[in-house]
Design a protein around this ligand. Sequence first.
Ligand SMILES: NC(=O)C1=CN([C@@H]2O[C@H](COP(=O)(O)OP(=O)(O)OC[C@H]3O[C@@H](n4cnc5c(N)ncnc54)[C@H](OP(=O)(O)O)[C@@H]3O)[C@@H](O)[C@H]2O)C=CC1
Ligand SMILES: O=C([O-])CC(=O)C(=O)O
Length: 461
Amino acid sequence: MVDRFLIRILIISSTPSSSLPRLSTPMAAIDLSSPYSPARSSPAPLSARSASLHLLLRRRRRPTLRCSLDAAPKQQAQGPPAAVAAEEAPPARKECYGVFCTTYDLRADEKTKSWKSLVNVAVSGAAGMISNHLLFKLASGEVFGPDQPIALKLLGSERSIQALEGVAMELEDSLYPLLREVSIGIDPYVVFEDAEWALLIGAKPRGPGMERSALLDINGQIFAEQGKALNAVASRNVKVIVVGNPCNTNALICLKNAPNIPAKNFHALTRLDENRAKCQLALKAGVFYDKVSNMTIWGNHSTTQVPDFLNAKINGRPVKEVIKDTKWLEDEFTKTVQKRGGVLIQKWGRSSAASTAVSIVDAIRSLVNPTPEGDWFSTGVYTTGNPYGIAEDIVFSMPCRSKGDGDYELVKDVAMDDFLWERIKKSEDELLAEKRCVAHLTGEGNAFCDLPGDTMLPGEM
Ligand SMILES: NC(=O)C1=CN([C@@H]2O[C@H](COP(=O)(O)OP(=O)(O)OC[C@H]3O[C@@H](n4cnc5c(N)ncnc54)[C@H](OP(=O)(O)O)[C@@H]3O)[C@@H](O)[C@H]2O)C=CC1
Ligand SMILES: O=C([O-])CC(=O)C(=O)O
């Protein structure tokens, strides 16, 4: 017995779908009233959603894999909240076209009975290079697990909306059984609705001759707007991973604009730096990189970041016992990790995309799986209440452990010496200076920009 699954692309405006006309097919009617629908006003508790998912599968035996496209032109720079948008007349809609109006067999019925309830994952910059690697990993199940159905909510802009349609086409053509919905939009207030994870990748790259303070301002505006949108419409416990640079300060801006979401839930991606550091230590020690553990990156995702060889281990032994060349550790290792992004740009002609996507996967998996005994991982998180004496109220990469519930705690028992502390302070200074530059975006008065001269992204040489 084979179930039929309809693949459909909808063009949905920023109008909530409860106020949109019903589709003419019975399948669409099922879809709009289903627990999969992004139109529901608030997420049901996990158990209820899980139960309704299974109920739906038993009753209907025809779950819909839905692709929807929010292509409403943006009315103004700051997207209106969904409630405001609901009062506007819905623009013309095209329900389905070309390759997207397809019906085929999925044969997933038996398998789906043991699935968890749907997880909503929003991704910004979804038409960009990093996303092009990441989205297919998310859809395949390798990130959240083989029993975790997923809805992907892709945020683009007027500039990228056509490219996003292409991305959605490729996702459909990949026939991922776990991928239950793909929606595309340019309004964060629509795309982030009910998001349980928000992976914020889209940001303007720094161009030739552009001051870093200008980059902080331009990208800061993007993250202030997205923080407001998350605050208005995302799940109250959404986990946010900021990738777009300068990611620590962008994460700070985002969390300051989302006061109803715990500040603890915001991360700046420094996992790529951790992976790069593990690779360099493994190379030097002549071991495979899975033998390197307890690797902390402290500080900013920039050339002031501090790869911590004091606490890291190789085969369970302190790095300094295995690699006796302290000069190499202090100079070459540290600089190589700090500048790895820039060397890669010189060789590859563009910034790391595939390895960044892999590191986003690692970062999520570290939060949804228990951390192995004795180990930890690095992520840029809010410093208020940290046990190390790092300045409060910034986003700083630090060592964390997780029970696998999406949350984390800071690792307390780490060693500190003068070399490490001096460098941590330098990265802290840089982040405090970045924070002063964006005070107008965090609600803390007038910006005053006095960035240290050597403030650079890892991709800048
Ligand atoms: N934290 C980390 O470890 C790393 C971070 N990065 C950062 O990730 C970000 C994305 O990288 P990548 O995917 O390779 O970049 P791409 O240039 O391929 O994509 C970036 C996306 O950003 C969006 N964007 C938002 N605002 C602007 C703007 N004003 N001008 C141009 N594009 C804009 C664009 O999407 P749209 O038009 O849909 O808005 C674009 O698709 C960059 O900021 C990069 O520096 C990169 C590597 C590592
Ligand atoms: O600097 C950049 O744009 C790229 C980057 O973050 C990295 O490679 O670590």
